[in-house]
Design a protein around this ligand. Structure first.
Ligand code: FE
Length: 303
């Protein structure tokens, strides 16, 4: 089964800004630049986990999911094929670019690309944060979590839950916000899908840091750097993460948080929350006037 969120790749006309935003605000380490000029960021000993490529418009290019080893990956891909999913093998160049040994990819019903990999390249003992920071909760928990926008939650669950095999953590069900949260390791969720009728896209990437002070200094630095804060400090009902949301140079958001719970499948029961936050996470003026991420009109690309 899928073991962790390994990486994401985004295209953006403002990719160069990530050299400073990614290090000085987020506290990521810098990885090697891509051949196309991509900025690559690290949060742990993996060679890179966030890639921002040059592009004409902001776009989520792919999300990468790691397996324990190549045999686990091969067995999983075979199950997908038997379920009728179109699985495309990755090329040597793609493996080199992503920093993995094996790669294959699929698209969800609306065309969002998911890559399944094993053998992610690591350089033990080499991670150094880009600003004073106690570090990220990553390694075996993966990069963090991604929240994708989908037009229909039931259809999304048929793909992400039933076919890809993500385990439901819980739901938020309120009038304006319907979200399903999924885990693939102890992190409460590595993936969530939020329903926006008629739309598909990428809402946010969550990065979890090791101390509340790292969140506070991140908030100060975001304001100083002019990165719009879209939701103020707050604490989520489900994963108990204390976090805030800011707009990145590339239209999606970063949730920057601390203190997420760890779930254990032996005891975890999926509940439903009627609101997303215990306190805070109030929309700012910028939050009220900014689109919720990189958004496109939804078009079904697979049956
Ligand atoms: Fe989140």
């Amino acid at each position: 089964m899928i073991r962790e969120l390994a990486y994401i790749g985004v295209a953006s006309p403002r990719h160069e800004e990530w050299l400073t935003y990614g290090t000085e605000v987020l506290g990521c380490g810098l990885g090697p630049r891509g051949g196309d000029g991509a900025v690559r960021l690290r949060v742990d000993d993996a060679v890179h986990r966030i890639t921002i490529r040059p592009g004409d418009r902001d776009e989520l290019l792919y999300t990468g999911w790691a397996f324990t080893n190549e045999a686990e990956l091969a067995a999983y891909l075979e199950r997908l094929r038997l379920a009728g999913v179109d699985v495309t093998p990755g090329t040597v160049d793609e493996c080199r670019d992503r920093g993995v040994a094996e790669l294959a990819w699929v698209t969800d019903p609306w065309g969002m690309r998911h890559e399944f990999v094993s053998g992610q390249h690591r350089r033990p003992g080499t991670f150094w944060p880009g600003r004073p920071l106690s570090g990220f909760v990553a390694d075996d928990f993966g990069l963090g979590h991604v929240v994708l926008i989908v037009p229909d939650l039931a259809e999304a669950n048929a793909f992400y839950g039933d076919i890809l095999g993500f385990t439901l953590s819980d739901r938020v069900d309120e009038e304006l916000m319907k979200v399903r949260f999924y885990h693939c390791n102890g992190r409460h969720h590595s993936l969530a899908v939020a329903q926006v009728p008629g739309k598909v896209g990428f809402n946010h990437l969550m990065l979890e840091v090791n101390s509340l002070d790292d969140v506070g200094t991140g908030l100060d630095l975001a304001k100083r750097a002019g990165a719009p804060v879209l939701r103020g400090l707050g604490r989520h009902t489900n994963d108990l993460m204390t976090s805030f949301y800011m707009l990145t140079p590339s239209s999606f958001q970063i949730e920057y948080g601390f203190g997420g719970i760890v779930v254990d499948d032996l005891t975890w029961v999926a509940s439903t929350n009627d609101r997303p936050s215990l306190w805070g996470h109030e929309l700012t003026e910028a939050g009220r006037t900014t689109a919720p991420g990189i958004l496109h009109d939804a078009e079904r690309v697979t049956a």
